[in-house]
Structures are given as C-alpha cells and as structure tokens.
Design a protein around this ligand. Structure first.
Ligand code: E4P
Length: 214
C-alpha cells in the first residue's frame, strides 16, 4: 500500500519524506489555504514535488469544463509529478476523459458512492478518492465503499487506483489495506499515530531501566 501525505505543509512533508515513508502527496484548496500566504499555489506545488518525487495531487478550483482544462494545463506544466485533482461532477468527468487521453493523470475527488467511482474509472482516472471519514461522519460506513470498489475494480480490471481519502485513524489504514486499497492519503497526525502503542513505550522504558540496573 502506498502512503501519500494529505498536506500542503512543507515541514510535515519533509519530515515524512525523511522517514522514507512518503510515496506521494495530496493537497486540496482547504489545505493550501491553511499555509502561509507568502507563496503562490504554483510555488507550493513546485516545492512539494521537489520533496515528494512521487505523485502530487493539485486540485483545480474551476467548476466548468473549459476552465478546468485551462487550469489543469497550467498545473501539469509545474512538474512531471503533478496529478490533476478534479471534482466528481459532469464537467469534472468530461475533463477527466480529455486529460487522461492526453496522458495527464487525474485524481477524481469527493467520491462518496461506488457509482461515482465507476464513472471516474471509465473516464480513465489514474486515481479515485473515496472520502471514508466524511462518510463515517454522517453515520454511513466509509469502509463499505472501499470494499465495494475493491471488488468492482477487480471485476473489470480497471487500472484506476483506489486512493483512500479523508482518513481519520490508524484503523482506517488497517481496514483499507485488508481490502486491498492501492493508496492511503494520511493527515500528518494519523501518520504519527501509526507508530504508537503504549506497550511499545512501556517495553522500551523497562528494557532501559533493566539495562541500567546491571
Ligand atoms: C483528499 O485528497 C482530501 O484532501 C482529504 O483526504 C479530505 O479529508 P478531510 O475530510 O479530513 O478534509
């Protein structure tokens, strides 16, 4: 399973890259807006690509087909690692078709149903981003969606990768990997939680105190 960091924060991205755990990065307009206003969107994406050396999703803010294509063309020229993130709308799917035929990779975002993911896969998306946490937030079951997508994509041999998004906990990662999802995009906080278990800390403390008694 590939690990992407769901962040536009350079320090976080550098830290996870230095651990050797970074396969790529996803950003969205909310994450970019949280960062300092000194750098432009293009500059932020350029910096992230340099660190990540893997797929970096940059989301368009346009909502109409022509504007999406125009924006995507500019973003895709920033770096060879840029993946264009498009919303799951009619215009977004039309743009996915166009860009995919031009060999520009697309990540279709804001996927909440299997039918939406099928449309994105048929349009040639490189990735679909099902938002598991936001489904759980409204008392639906995010992991059911991942299970359905795993089966459906397997049935038809779709090349589109399942990129589990809106992850809230380590358990989402474990369940996604059991279901065979290709990628998980993790917030920095969840990435750190993956390391933790109280018995590990207690164990280290005990080993060290025993060692110091000798
Ligand atoms: C996916 O690419 C999105 O950036 C992200 O996972 C959204 O997560 P949220 O629901 O925590 O905002």
């Amino acid at each position: 399973m590939k690990f992407f960091l769901d962040s536009a924060n350079i320090d976080e991205i550098e830290e996870i890259a230095s651990l050797g755990l970074l396969d790529g990065v996803t950003t969205n307009p909310s994450l970019v807006a949280k960062e300092d206003g000194q750098s432009s969107f293009k500059e932020i994406i350029k910096k992230i690509c340099k660190i990540a050396k893997g797929p970096v999703s940059a989301e368009v803010i346009s909502t109409t087909y022509n504007e999406m294509i125009e924006e995507a063309m500019v973003l895709s020229k920033i770096d060879k690692h840029v993946v264009i993130k498009l919303p799951m709308t009619k215009d977004g799917i039309k743009a996915t078709n166009f860009l995919s035929k031009k060999k520009i990779p697309v990540n279709v975002t804001l996927i909440f149903t299997a039918s939406q993911a099928i449309l994105a896969a048929k349009a040639g998306a490189a990735y679909v981003s099902p938002f598991v946490g936001r489904l759980d937030d409204i008392s639906a079951d995010g992991m059911n969606l991942i299970s359905d997508l795993s089966q459906i994509f397997g049935n038809y041999g779709f090349h589109t990768e399942i990129l589990v998004a809106s992850i809230r906990s380590p358990e989402h990662i474990v369940q996604s990997s059991l279901l065979g999802a290709d990628v998980a995009t993790l917030p920095y906080s969840v990435m750190l939680q993956l390391f933790k278990h109280p018995l590990t800390d207690i164990g280290i403390e005990k080993f060290l105190s025993d060692w110091n008694k000798k």
